[in-house]
Design a protein around this ligand. Structure first.
Ligand code: UD1
Length: 405
């Protein structure tokens, strides 16, 4: 019998981590991947456009959680996912990254006795004021298997007393997504569409509550961006959280007046087209620190800490403040570009995940490798039919579904 794997996707940075694994599991005859969208992000440009770009199908289950306080989001995902997990019990749950839905689903699995894997385990900023740090600690404490992206992840977990047998270093799955759609990224010309000259602009993203929710910090950062714009034209796809804060503080008008291009959030391919053409990225995102390291593009990270120190020690990232941004940017732009990819950041992480999963399950529990793909396909179709009937009959009103609904 194929092993049923629930894959949870929730928010924008999750989709690039889930897609390569979903594709690798779908191509194998011994797994039945089931895609679950919690609905933490829901705008077209924060969600659906990523599914389209990354060639993901409609989710099998959509929990429709939406925005809310941390407790509302975490609790809402737990209640809704528990129903799905009970009705449609998986052999394994895979959660990715560090968003509220990641910790929520890991908690549900732990209490239902479902084996859980955390993909992107072991990262630590050591700043518990970051909601993501809490989610990382909770998820890693509960998950049975910890798939890490880099050696620092292994070290953090070992230092916390995690048994080595639970840890497998698989590499950085996000870069598999980049390679999956590289031709589309290379074919897109978003800088050209925006009238920007390749290699002569900076791309900005900001969305951390510590940067955008506190008005004094938002003013400091936007002043620093205006100063930077004097040296390097900036384009700024604005996250919905940030758009609200900029508008409330009247800073959007001030940024535009200074010539900074404020644009809507971009889907994955278009955003990566913008990044690949940039002289530098200025950001507080985790994923962009990794993508720029992979591409050798200087990254100025507006944070005091990073849970991804390897992007500094082996990559193109440096931590900056509003006060040091201009001088650090000048330094980065006048230094030669070095592309130093950390070990296993090679676009092949999903296949290592599948191999690790097979090794843990053991050949006796996996369907015969001799079964043809056609046989496997008809078995899956029958199974999906039964699942569909059961979930229509028995799941609660809070849970919303898309596929086949
Ligand atoms: C969440 C994650 C963060 C991740 C980020 C990527 C947590 C704790 N935070 O933060 O780790 O880096 O996603 O974007 O899980 N909104 C929309 N449309 C959407 C989504 C959000 O308008 O599709 C608005 C809502 O007003 C919402 C606000 O953005 O209240 C913030 O969204 P939320 O999901 O709470 O947190 P993020 O800042 O996106």
């Amino acid at each position: 019998m194929a092993q049923r794997i629930h894959l949870v996707a929730a928010a924008r940075p999750n989709f690039m981590k889930v897609a390569p694994l979903w594709h690798a599991l779908s191509a194998a005859t011994d797994f039945e991947p089931v895609l679950i969208h919690t609905g933490q992000h829901y705008d077209v440009n924060m969600s659906d456009a990523f599914f389209a770009d990354l060639k993901l199908p409609e989710p099998d289950f959509h929990l429709g959680i939406g925005s809310g306080s941390h407790a509302e989001q975490t609790g809402g995902v737990m209640i809704a996912y528990e129903k799905v997990a009970v009705e449609h019990r998986p052999d394994w749950l895979v959660v990715v990254g560090d968003v509220n839905s990641t910790a929520a689903c890991a908690m549900v699995a732990a209490k239902l006795g479902i084996k859980c894997i955390h993909l992107e385990a072991g990262l630590r900023s050591r700043d518990r004021a970051m909601p993501e740090e809490i989610n990382r600690i909770v998820t890693d404490a509960l998950a049975d298997v910890l798939w890490t992206p880099s050696v620092d992840g292994d070290e953090n977990l070992l230092n916390e007393g995690v048994a080595r047998s639970r840890i497998a270093r698989v590499g950085n799955i996000m870069l598999d997504s980049f390679e999956l759609v590289r031709p589309a990224i290379e074919a897109a010309d978003v800088p050209g569409e925006l009238g920007l000259e390749r290699g002569r602009y900076g791309v900005v993203t900001l969305h951390r509550p510590s940067n955008v929710d506190e008005p004094a910090q938002l003013i400091r950062l936007t002043d620093a961006l205006i100063e930077t714009q004097g040296h390097l034209p900036l384009v700024f796809p604005v996250h919905p959280r940030t758009a609200k804060r900029l508008s409330a503080a009247g800073r959007d008008t001030i940024l535009k007046r200074a010539g900074i291009r404020l644009i809507e959030p971009l889907p994955y391919v278009r955003f990566m087209s913008l990044v690949t053409g940039a002289a530098a990225a200025i950001t507080d995102s985790g994923g962009i620190q990794e993508e720029t390291t992979y591409l050798g593009i200087p990254c100025l990270t507006l944070r005091d800490t990073t849970e991804r120190p390897i992007t500094i020690s082996e990559g193109s990232n440096r931590l900056v403040t509003a006060e040091t941004l201009a001088v650090e940017l000048d330094r980065a732009l006048s230094s030669p570009r070095l592309v130093r990819k950390p070990d296993l950041w090679d676009g092949d992480t999903a296949s290592r995940c599948v191999e690790d999963l097979r090794r843990r399950i053991g050949p006796a529990k996996l369907p015969s490798a001799k079964k043809s793909a056609a046989e496997h396909g008809s078995e899956l179709a029958q199974r999906h039919g039964r699942i569909e009937e059961r979930r229509r009959a028995s799941c609660g009103a809070r849970t919303q579904y898309r596929r086949g609904a």
